[in-house]
Design a protein around this ligand. Structure first.
Ligand SMILES: Nc1nc2c(c(=O)[nH]1)N(C=O)[C@@H](CNc1ccc(C(=O)N[C@@H](CCC(=O)O)C(=O)O)cc1)CN2
Ligand SMILES: Nc1nc2c(ncn2[C@@H]2O[C@H](COP(=O)(O)OP(=O)(O)OP(=O)(O)O)[C@@H](O)[C@H]2O)c(=O)[nH]1
Ligand SMILES: [Mg+2]
Length: 455
């Protein structure tokens, strides 16, 4: 069985570094280390969790590197197996030679995420916490990292486990009714079960509601830069990015397709999308760009509707406005350096920002506007709340909530207990898929192959 194998991998990022770490996990980890590592007074005796200085030598005596090594004996380790780390100089030759020597000894190269998979399979962490490990590594903004760390701490799993326990209690009561079918569930008990499941449904609904915030914090706010041609959309994108990224020109219709860039604004992840200017056109390539831009409006979190604030607004501006949802649109009056023009009333309900993409006038206020929109959407719940941020979790939690709702209906309609029990088991199954207790092989496979080798 491959879960009995001792696995090995480089744990640190590729490239030059001050220190590089090779990690082993499995029953033979300690034995393999002792083949190559000799420490001044400590030939065979290693105290767990103590870092030892010594030489890592080929069996023929050749020095591989001067290293430090540690053994973390099961179960007090990352994987709950014996884990060995060799901390060598951070260079690819040394790291690779150390890995190769362990493989010569009988270790197997770890698959992506296999250390964390073992931590999960051995029961140190549930699936949501294992998934959080990769989210912490992948996160590119403080906001996203905070969400992932909350999940790593086990905040989400605690909540899910408490749902599970409460539903198991319900199931036990209902099953007791099945065992003694002649004794009908007294009205008073039924009422109490209905109350408990209503309460649980509410708790689950609240967690489901947090998905919007969780998703925003994790994946960032998508912002579409939208408006008719030549108003300065690409210039605004460049100014926001602080670098020339898209092609700017005074020929209307310069941007033919959507261009995406990510940036971090005060710890918040944003995804900026520049689009082709929307207008009536006969150019087939431009038409495609216009259609693409319009299609994007519905799918983004926020639209920056850019107009040339120095000119009277025209039909194309009105058209662009009509595509936008006022609740998710900020009006950007660009080219402030050329003067201000009168704003028609239909634009007035939108929060408006007078800016110049050229001189950067007003950019700070616009950024503040974006930040406050973000805070409003992502909620200001802060660090202590449990957030749902993963689509997989949301889908399974929805299934669980719906099953619980059907259970409540069964009770209310006084249907046979077996039916209710079936719904409760379905809810438990759905919750178990989130925490991993009942997750099928293919789900695990999909999750852990997203990891890097060595994690
Ligand atoms: N050198 C090194 N740094 C590292 C890790 C590592 O494996 N090695 N980590 C990982 O990749 C992360 C830390 N995460 C860890 C999580 C749990 C355990 C662990 O041994 N847990 C056991 C024992 C706890 C204890 O000693 O009290 C447990 O929870 O049972 C270790 C590291 C980040 N830094
Ligand atoms: N004076 C002034 N000119 C600007 C400003 N912003 C953009 N421009 C100019 O307006 C013209 C059009 O700018 P772009 O950024 O290409 O406009 P766009 O909206 O992306 O245009 P399309 O891609 O064709 O839809 C260029 O000549 C820019 O230099 C500004 O704030 N002030
Ligand atoms: Mg453009």
């Amino acid at each position: 069985m491959d879960s009995q194998d001792t696995i090995v991998a480089i744990a640190t990022a590729p490239g030059e570094g001050g220190i590089g770490i090779v990690r082993l996990s499995g029953v033979n980890a300690e034995k393999f280390l002792k083949l190559y590592f000799n420490s001044a007074g400590n030939h065979c005796q290693f105290t767990s969790h103590r870092l030892y200085y010594g030489q890592f030598r080929h069996t023929d005596g050749d020095l591989v590197d001067e290293v430090m090594a540690v053994i973390m004996r099961a179960p007090r380790s990352y994987t709950m197996e014996d884990v060995v780390e060799v901390h060598c100089h951070g260079g690819s030759v040394v790291l690779r030679r150390i890995v190769d020597l362990f493989i010569d000894a009988g270790a197997r190269l770890a698959r992506p995420g296999e250390f964390t998979l073992r931590a999960f399979l051995n029961g140190r962490i549930d699936l949501t916490r294992a998934e959080a490990v990769i989210e912490v590594i992948r996160s590119r903004s403080e906001a996203a990292c905070r969400v992932a760390l909350g999940q790593l701490e086990g905040r989400l799993s605690q909540k899910l486990f408490s749902f599970r326990d409460d539903i198991s209690d319900l199931l036990a009561e209902v099953e007791a009714g099945i065992d003694f079918p002649e004794e009908e569930l007294p009205l008073i008990d039924r009422q109490r079960l209905i109350e408990t499941s209503t309460y649980l449904e509410g708790q689950m609904a609240a967690l489901l509601d947090s998905f919007e915030s969780g998703r925003l914090l994790r994946d960032g706010l998508s912002i579409l830069i939208f408006g008719k041609p030549n108003v300065g959309k690409s210039s605004l994108m460049n100014t926001l990015l602080g670098e020339a990224r898209t092609i700017v020109s005074d020929i209307p219709g310069t941007t033919r397709d959507t261009v995406e860039e990510s940036l971090i604004l005060r710890g918040m992840p944003l995804r900026l999308i520049d689009t082709a200017g929307v207008r009536q056109t006969l150019d087939p390539v431009e038409i495609q760009g216009v259609e693409r831009a319009q299609a994007k409006v519905a799918g983004v979190d926020l639209v920056l509707l850019v107009v040339d604030g120095s000119q009277a607004l025209d039909e194309d501006d009105q058209k662009a406005l009509q595509s936008c949802d006022p609740a998710r649109t900020l009006l950007v009056l660009n080219k402030q350096d050329l003067g201000d023009s009168h704003l028609p009333t239909e634009f007035l309900p939108l929060p408006a920002f007078s800016i110049s993409a050229r001189s950067s006038f007003g950019i700070d206020q616009l950024l503040n506007g974006i930040v406050s929109f973000f805070s409003k959407s992502a909620g200001s719940e802060g660090r202590e709340t449990t957030l749902l941020s993963d689509r997989r979790h949301r889908e399974s939690l929805l299934l669980a909530r719906n099953a619980l709702e059907r259970f409540r209906v069964c009770l209310a309609e006084d249907q046979p207990s077996e039916f209710g029990a079936l719904e409760l088991r379905e809810a438990l199954q759905a919750l178990g898929e989130i925490t991993g207790e009942t997750a099928p092989e293919d789900i695990l496979e999909k999750i852990f192959t997203r990891f890097c080798i060595g994690k």
